[in-house]
Ligand binder design. Structure first.
Ligand SMILES: [Zn+2]
Length: 277
C-alpha cells in the first residue's frame, strides 16, 4: 500500500499530461436528437436583468433531464470542475465555493475516485453535483464504440463505489474527455437518460498560465457571451488559487452561479441501475 500514493501521483500526472494534449480526433459535437439542441443564448428572449446588483452570488437551481433544460439566462454561470478529485486542490476549491455559498458540478474521473474516495464523498456531502468523466480519461472518439462504452460505465462504477451508500448522488450527467465525442456515443448516452453537459466557456486552465491570466480570460469570455457553462479542472493549483478572486469578480459584475441537478430521482435511479450491473 506504501506504493499506492506514488501510483496515484503517476496517474494524476498522466491525466494532467493528457489534458494538455490536443486530441487528434476531437470533433464538433453533432447532435442526434432535436431535444438535444442547445438553447440559443443570443436570443433576446433569454435576456433578463444583467448586469444585476451586487449581492449574493448564488443563483437558481436548474433541474436537468435533457439538453433542452440547459437554458441559461443572461448573467447566469454554471461552474464545472473536471478530472478530480485530488488532495489539496479539490478541498481548496470546495472551501472557496462554500465561502460564496455556491454549488458546482464535478465531472469525476473513475481512477481518481478509486484513489481518493473520501474526496468524492466530501464533494457530495457539501451539496455539489457529482457527474462522471470516464474511468481513465481516454479520447473516446478514437476507440471502438464498445471500448468507449466500457470506459464510461467503468467510470460510473468507480464513482458509485466511492460514494457507497450514497451512490444515488451520482447525477446522470457526463462530459467527454477532450470534448471528443461521436454521434453514436451521444445517442447511446441519450438513450440511457444521461445528459452530456458540454462547456460553453473554456477557462483553458490546462495551459501554462498564471492564476490571474486564467481568471481574467474566463471573466472576459463570460462577459462577451453574457452567460456560460464554464470548464475548469480541479486538479490544477492555478485554478484553486484564482477561484476566490474569480467569484468576487462574478459577484461584482452581477453574475449568478446556478446549480445543475438531476430533474428527478428517477434519473438518479437509472444511473444506480446502470452501475449495479
Ligand atoms: Zn477531462
Amino acid at each position: 500500500m506504501r506504493l499506492f500514493p506514488a501510483l496515484v501521483a503517476v496517474a494524476a500526472t498522466l491525466i494532467l499530461a493528457a489534458c494538455t494534449t490536443k486530441p487528434k480526433q476531437a470533433e464538433t459535437p453533432k447532435l442526434a436528437f432535436a431535444a438535444e439542441k442547445r438553447a440559443d443564448l443570443s436570443q433576446p428572449g433569454n435576456i433578463m436583468s444583467f448586469p444585476g446588483p451586487r449581492g449574493t452570488l448564488r443563483g437558481r437551481t436548474i433541474r436537468v433531464g435533457n439538453l433542452s433544460d440547459l437554458i441559461l439566462a443572461r448573467g447566469e454561470v454554471v461552474l464545472t470542475f473536471d478530472d478530480g478529485p485530488i488532495p489539496g486542490k479539490t478541498p481548496s476549491i470546495l472551501n472557496t465555493l462554500d465561502r460564496h455559498g455556491v454549488k458546482a458540478t464535478f465531472f469525476t474521473v473513475g481512477q481518481m475516485a478509486n484513489a481518493y474516495p473520501h474526496l468524492v464523498r466530501d464533494v457530495a456531502a457539501r451539496g455539489h453535483t457529482i457527474a462522471t468523466h470516464t474511468q481513465n480519461h481516454p479520447n473516446l472518439a478514437s476507440m471502438s464504440f464498445e471500448s468507449a462504452v466500457a470506459e464510461i460505465d467503468k467510470g460510473k462504477r468507480s464513482v458509485a463505489a466511492a460514494l457507497g451508500p450514497n451512490r444515488s448522488r451520482i447525477a446522470p450527467f457526463f462530459r467527454f474527455p477532450y470534448l471528443a465525442s461521436t454521434a453514436a456515443l451521444r445517442r447511446h448516452l441519450a438513450m440511457q437518460g444521461t445528459v452530456v453537459v458540454d462547456p460553453t466557456v473554456d477557462s483553458k486552465d490546462y495551459f501554462v498560465s498564471t492564476p490571474d491570466q486564467v481568471r481574467a480570460r474566463t471573466i472576459a469570455r463570460l462577459e462577451a457571451k453574457g452567460s456560460g457553462i464554464v470548464l475548469f479542472h480541479d486538479i490544477h493549483s492555478r485554478t484553486a488559487s484564482m477561484l476566490p478572486q474569480f467569484l468576487d469578480d462574478l459577484n461584482k459584475r452581477g453574475f449568478k452561479v446556478v446549480h445543475l441537478v438531476p430533474r428527478s430521482r428517477d434519473a438518479e435511479a437509472l444511473i444506480v441501475a446502470a452501475v449495479s450491473q
